[in-house]
Design a binder for this molecule. Structure first.
Ligand code: SAH
Ligand code: SF4
Length: 367
């Protein structure tokens, strides 16, 4: 691994990490004609072959050169849980043996309304997480390394291959803090968005962040209309700092300034994610402060009843408390939703599978 933690050790570079221009450049350096780049991209993203050997219209020598330099499948499925019509979880092993996970959530009227045909994939951006939010499973073992953009892109390729369906909504809500792996995140989104790549519109891509203010501004300045979700979880500095150490570095005033900038540049609604944790952030004063922030920013609020993490003492509040919190937001004119079904909880679904595997408590996995 290099100093920035960007490289999987002893591994060939994932070919899906490359932009079209970079691939064209590599091929030109190998003495290949310009049309070869289009052929290779077609095999990767349209025909979805899983070996260079299968790229039958390339000269044999080129196929083996590509195979020596690049990998086409740098992540492998270790476990897949769930059936095709419910939430599916994927546990992947990276080239250096590390584990990450993705979660595929099929169209769900409970989440998205009656007529939705959304298939949402929740992907990871880092192995572990350095931010150490007190309630989260992903950070419990610390941070190991950043994912390469190709390792992010491949999570989508795998999920589509295994499920046989196209992902039409992508959320960066898996393991890791996406904006702490900014460069690889952007590279991945570009390949996911590109017509020669996965062709998924930026409006169908949501980046969730614990609130890295400088990177929020950077994201606002780049041209794609990516959606932004802020993991707020506390509506005053006192409460937020208690559960999210990042709030010391970027307190609410700084974070909200960055959000205002994003909102102004992108002219789109932001989402505030707010986990409800019993007796921590679920009282009326928090609801009032949250309503004021959401109104100021014209943001939507997504209330998520806390999903219990083994080994952590936090609990979700009683349903009546959850509903009272929601009611208070709505009474103040805020557009807010409350997620109910545990199995459909995108955010909470991520981070926990890997942890169970690492801890060896594999009851879930042996099913
Ligand atoms: N690091 C980014 C994205 C990954 S976390 C972020 O923090 O936004 C994705 C979401 O899952 C975040 O809103 C996070 O706070 C939430 N989350 C983490 N643990 C959870 C739990 N046990 N129950 C419910 N939501 C949880
Ligand atoms: Fe990291 Fe997000 Fe979990 Fe915080 S909530 S520890 S930022 S993954």
């Amino acid at each position: 691994m290099d100093v920035a933690g960007n490289t999987a050790p002893n591994a060939r570079e994932p070919i899906t990490s490359l932009t079209r221009d970079e691939l064209a450049g590599s091929l030109a350096a190998l003495g290949q004609k310009p049309f070869r780049a289009g052929q290779v991209l077609d095999w990767i993203y349209r025909k979805r072959v899983d070996s260079f050997e299968a790229m039958s219209d390339l000269p044999a020598a080129l196929r083996s050169t590509l195979d020596a330099r690049f990998s086409l499948r740098s992540i492998g499925t270790v476990r897949r849980l769930g059936s095709n019509d419910t939430t599916q979880k994927f546990l992947f092993r990276l080239a250096d043996g590390q584990l990450i996970e993705s979660v595929l959530i099929p169209a769900s009227p409970a989440l998205y309304g009656e007529a939705s045909d959304r298939r949402t994939l929740c992907v990871s951006t880092q192995v572990g997480c350095a931010y150490g939010c007190k309630f989260c499973a992903s950070g419990l073992n610390g941070w190991s390394r950043n994912l390469l953009s190709g390792e992010i892109v491949e999570q989508v390729l795998h999920a589509e291959q295994v499920s046989g369906e196209k992902v039409n909504n992508l959320v960066f809500m898996g393991m890791g803090e996406p904006l702490a792996n900014y460069e690889q995140l952007l590279r991945a989104i570009n390949n996911i968005n590109a017509p020669w790549g996965l062709g998924l519109g930026a409006r169908h891509v949501t980046v969730s962040t614990s609130g890295l203010a400088p990177q929020i501004r950077m994201l606002a300045d780049q041209p794609l209309q990516i959606r932004l979700a802020i993991s707020l979880h506390g509506a005053t500095d006192e409460v937020r700092t208690q559960i999210m150490p990042v709030n010391r570095k970027y307190p609410l005033a700084t974070l909200l300034d960055a959000c205002r900038y994003y909102h102004a540049r992108k002219k789109q609604k932001l989402t505030f994610e707010y986990i409800l944790i019993d007796a921590v952030n679920d009282h009326e004063g928090q609801a009032r402060a949250l309503a004021a922030m959401a109104t100021d920013l014209e943001a939507k609020v997504n209330l998520i009843p806390y999903n219990t993490v083994e080994g952590l003492a936090w609990r979700r509040p009683p349903l009546a408390t959850q509903q009272a919190f929601l009611g208070l937001l709505r009474a103040r004119g805020v557009s807010a939703t409350l997620r109910r079904e545990k199995g459909h909880d995108i955010a909470a679904a991520c981070g926990q599978l890997r942890r169970q595997t690492l801890a060896g408590t594999s009851a879930l996995l042996s099913a």
